[in-house]
Design a binder for this molecule. Structure first.
Ligand SMILES: *Cc1c(COP(=O)(O)O)cnc(C)c1O
Length: 392
């Protein structure tokens, strides 16, 4: 019995030692600024524990001020909800086709299916890893030739890197097809000194737990006028007609952000610029310590582009190389992740039409996201670099 206890103690100590030496380094974890609890407490103190209230209004105002363009913001329950409403507001209906950047997270594409519409996937170009203007135009012309002019384009600023806004906007105008700007990963990024989220006919942010700032879960829709915002809020709050009883003449959703969570958002907006600075510093650190000493490549900004560096992504020479690094980091309690698997390769989407040239497939095979939280210490970053250099 005694012997057993001693053994138990010994292994317990070993675990304790392992966690102090090898504390887990996460890919991207929430990072509170300090004032969030004040706003959340305010919601409790005033009993605004509801999907509307002063925190929601103030959070929306803070986003408008930050983006600093003529936008009208509706805070919602998620970025996915915002994309869903955006497509619906642009008139996408069952049977329509919608073009979507293939190299993205599935939440960019799923809402197309919610509406009974059909996605058409378009590959990325090498300069930004985002939707290729050439392939986009090719896809549009092909669909028009088949009598299926796309109803909308979902373009994504992936990993915070802006897509080629001028090119994409011109194509959108030329063919009269509106853009849903999926800026879920690009809050704080800008293009030609204008903030991402303000370029599409409708813009989208996400405040999910792993994004650059978070409300634990949440999103926002950015409309070009008050009328569209009002319509978004109407649909997001069960589409109640103006009557004393509950009356409905449209299908509604329960997509509004709660006033409690908007309190977290208000606090997070106060530190957003600090978070962008910290993430960009992570990127610079990795680049400085890896570029010359390894075969690893980084994606630089084009002129006029400003990337929030939500995640630092690197390209290794091959799939095998990438896996070697990823597994070695895992062994050291360091979380890294392959780049997004393109939608046209996903089991759920692989039978839909796609216009691809192998670019995103290649990025997926060779690419890795490194730990990128704004709360990482220099020690953490050094540990990541050390184990990459040891295993490349
Ligand atoms: C996170 C994300 C979304 C969805 O946002 P949620 O708030 O998680 O619903 C959509 N598109 C992209 C590119 C994302 O990264």
């Amino acid at each position: 019995m005694v012997h057993y206890e001693i053994n138990g103690l010994a292994s317990l100590n070993l675990i304790a030692l392992k966690t102090t030496v090898n504390e887990k380094i996460w890919l991207s974890s929430p990072h509170m600024g300090g004032t969030e609890e004040t706003y959340v407490k305010e919601a409790f103190d005033t009993n605004w524990v509801a999907p509307l209230g002063p925190n929601v209004n103030q959070f929306e105002k803070a986003i408008v001020n930050y983006v600093n363009e003529d936008v009208h913001v509706a805070a919602l329950s998620s970025g996915t909800a915002a994309i869903h409403l955006a497509l619906e507001l642009l008139g996408v209906q069952s049977g329509d086709e919608v073009i979507c950047q293939s190299f993205t997270f599935s939440a960019s594409a799923n809402p197309i299916l919610y509406l009974g519409a059909t996605p058409v996937f378009v590959d990325s170009e090498k300069d930004t890893w985002n939707i290729s203007p050439d392939l986009l135009e090719k896809a549009i012309l092909d669909r028009i030739a088949h009598g299926k002019k796309p109803k909308a384009i979902v373009a994504v600023h992936l990993y915070g890197m802006p897509y080629k806004v001028d090119h994409i906007s011109k194509i959108s105008e030329r063919y009269g097809i509106p853009v849903v700007e999926d800026s879920a990963e690009a809050l704080g990024s800008s293009y030609e000194n204008r903030k991402c989220g303000s370029f599409g006919d409708i813009g989208v942010f996400s405040f999910n737990g792993n994004k650059i700032i978070t409300t634990s879960g949440g999103g926002a829709l950015l409309a070009k006028n008050q009328e569209i915002k009002n319509r978004a809020v109407f649909l997001a709050t069960q589409a109640r007609d103006d009557a004393p009883h509950y009356q409905h003449s449209s299908v509604g959703y329960n997509y509004r952000m709660s006033n409690v969570l908007a309190g977290i958002g208000r606090g997070q907006m106060e530190v957003l610029d600090q978070r962008v600075t910290a993430r960009r510093k992570n990127f610079e650190f990795y680049k400085k310590h890896l570029l010359d000493l390894s075969d690893i490549e980084f994606l630089d900004e084009q002129e006029g582009f400003f990337c929030n560096r939500w995640l630092t992504c690197v390209l290794t020479p091959s799939f095998e190389h990438r896996e070697k690094i990823r597994l070695a980091l895992l062994e050291e309690e360091i979380e890294s992740r392959p780049l997004w698997k393109p939608m046209h390769l996903q089991p759920i989407f692989k039978n839909f039409l796609n216009f691809s040239d192998g670019t995103s497939e290649n990025l997926f095979e060779r690419g890795l996201c490194l730990p990128s939280g704004s709360n990482l210490t220099e020690n953490d970053l050094q540990r990541v670099v050390k184990h990459i250099l040891k295993n490349q």
